[in-house]
Write a protein that binds this ligand. Structure first.
Ligand code: SF4
Length: 127
């Protein structure tokens, strides 16, 4: 069984779709995001029959889309499917508009230790 040490998890939702964007992403409602997370958890279970996900992960990367749209409890459910410790590099792509101090504290508590911050503009009139 192939052992997996590095995992990329795609969260294909954004607050809105930027017209220049080629990534797989769409504007998602809370309901769609919750549904997606539930299917993602099932898919991880299916993959774990074919791939060994029990090894401690070197890296886990939440990309998108805008994974920072996910509530903390969804991230917790996803991470609970993997083995990791404080040496695992866990990254989440963040739109600064979608996080506050509580969410950042939640990330830290979950072991997320790296933020990838995307900024389209520093001009509020263009946002
Ligand atoms: S926020 Fe990023 S991923 Fe989302 S639509 Fe815009 S460019 Fe694409």
């Amino acid at each position: 069984m192939l052992k997996i040490y590095n995992t990329y998890i795609h969260i294909p939702f954004c607050e809105r779709k930027c017209n220049y964007c080629d990534f797989t992403s769409l504007k998602g409602s809370d309901n769609q995001i919750e549904k997606y997370v539930n299917y993602l958890l099932k898919e991880i279970d299916i993959y774990s029959k074919e791939y060994d996900l029990s090894e401690k992960q070197d890296t886990i990367y939440f990309g998108g889309g805008t994974p920072s749209l996910l509530p903390i409890d969804s991230l917790e459910k996803i991470l609970s499917k993997f083995s990791y410790d404080k040496n695992t590099e866990i990254t989440i792509e963040v739109n600064p508009k979608t996080v506050d101090i509580n969410k950042l504290k939640g990330y830290k508590k979950l072991g997320i230790n790296r933020l990838s911050i995307g900024i389209q503009t520093f001009d509020n009139d263009k946002f």
